[in-house]
Design a protein around this ligand. Structure first.
Ligand code: SR1
Ligand code: MG
Length: 404
């Protein structure tokens, strides 16, 4: 029987033993404990352990190589980073992240609250389910965590200590490559370009120097603007949802970066959901996703502003006009990242089912072109997107351009 004093990649029977040992507070019924690997992400192994008495836990282990590619190796310390940030986010935004019961730096494993009464949001989006409380809830989470970790409100030395402990260079390296580089040149030959769009991608991305110039500026900003402790991968696969609640998980890409990175990721992934609904002409679903785009932008900006007013400590940031300037830079970053995420998930290495499951060739080709066309506008004209409606109009304009 393993005593878990040395790292190894666990199989289901090991995880049962692990949960029994590390999460004793669940008072397990040992004879009826079962375990299933349920992970479908790109990086880690996720197990659900339960017993017949209704106890359950999620056990997440970081493997040495990534699930998406055996050639890619990342420090298994990412599991500690993820556990520690979830604990911190739980303090800043109670009820918006799963509870961490324990984490273990030897096995690179953490045990957390089972959220089986929620669905993974991307799965729910593929079923065209709607969640009226989502925009309000995700905007509260983002405003509290993002503004709550800035120099505007935090003691600057405490902020720098946080920045140091969440430096996360290997995971940032992935984002710098997969989001900010390869979609514009395929320099590693690992882009997944849908063949009917190969010429379109060449013309609009690989040979688009003005676009590449803007992406270069954004890349350096991503790498140097230590604004907030961001989630770093806030797509619909990192969100659990049901009618009542929204819970954010999987923050292993977190680091101190521009907060527009998180907000833009949410918007882009709602646009992917919209594309999927549009293909099957699900008007009700599309209408809801459109309202989410508008509301997430407006509510998040509103709540960031309120949080700023209520918690600002830096005396210079209290200067009249600074808050408005600060928020306008966040909105521009949000627009740019909406575009970057749309592009990288369409043509890069890590794609989204919202697009890849579209069976009809013409419809998928069109959906991808809408994403790329809107994305270029979000990036190039990022300073002009002043409100939620502007974000929605960009999508609508892209549809008209592609259909013309
Ligand atoms: C190699 S990891 C590919 C992608 O999966 C993660 O969820 C991140 O989005 C990353 O870019
Ligand atoms: Mg993930």
């Amino acid at each position: 029987m393993a005593d878990f004093s040395k790292y190894f990649l666990m199989k289901e029977p090991d995880v049962i033993e692990y949960a029994r040992l590390k999460v004793p507070q669940k008072e397990w019924d040992a004879d009826t404990m079962t375990c299933k690997e349920i992970g479908d992400g790109n990086l880690n192994y996720v197990f659900k352990v339960q017993d017949a008495k209704g106890h359950s836990v999620i056990v997440k282990q970081a493997g040495v190589s990534l699930r998406i590619s055996e050639d890619m190796h990342i420090d298994t310390d990412r599991n500690r980073v993820e556990s520690e940030i979830l604990i911190l986010q739980g303090k800043l935004a109670p009820g918006y992240v799963p509870e961490i019961y324990c984490y273990d730096t030897v096995m690179s494993t953490c045990c957390m609250q089972d959220l089986s009464d929620h669905a993974i949001m991307r799965t729910a989006m593929l079923e065209h389910k709607t969640y009226p409380k989502f925009a309000d809830q995700i905007s509260t989470f983002m405003a509290q965590v993002l503004m709550g970790t800035t120099d505007v409100v935090m003691d600057h030395q405490e902020k720098k200590a946080l920045q140091k402990s969440f430096i996360n260079p290997q995971l940032c390296d992935i984002t710098e490559a997969l989001v900010y580089t390869e979609p514009y040149n395929d320099e590693q030959g690992r882009n997944n370009v849908y063949p009917p769009n190969a010429e379109f991608v060449k013309e609009h991305l690989y040979e688009n120097d003005p676009l590449k110039l803007e992406v270069a500026k954004l890349k350096m900003d991503f790498m140097t603007n230590a604004q907030s402790l961001i989630h770093g991968d806030l797509h619909t696969g990192s969100i659990f949802i049901n009618d009542e609640s929204t819970m954010v998980f999987d923050p292993e890409f977190c680091f101190y970066g521009p907060m527009g990175y998180d907000i833009g990721n949410v918007i882009a992934n709602i646009i992917f959901a919209w594309c999927n609904g549009d293909v099957s002409e699900d008007l009700n679903f599309c209408k809801w996703t459109e309202s989410v785009i508008v509301d997430v932008i407006n509510m998040t900006m509103d709540k960031l502003g309120k949080y700023f007013d209520e918690h600002v400590t830096d005396t210079m940031c209290k200067t009249p006009g600074y808050k408005e300037y600060y928020l306008s830079t966040i909105l521009a970053d949000t627009s740019a990242v909406t575009g970057l995420e749309l592009i990288r998930r369409t043509v890069g290495m890590a794609n989204v089912k919202d697009l890849t499951t579209i069976q009809d060739e013409q419809k998928r080709t069109r959906a991808e072109r809408i994403c790329i066309t809107a994305a270029i506008d979000y990036i190039m004209n990022r300073a002009d997107k002043h409100c939620g409606k502007c974000f929605l109009n960009t999508l609508k304009d892209a549809v008209k351009t592609v259909d013309a």
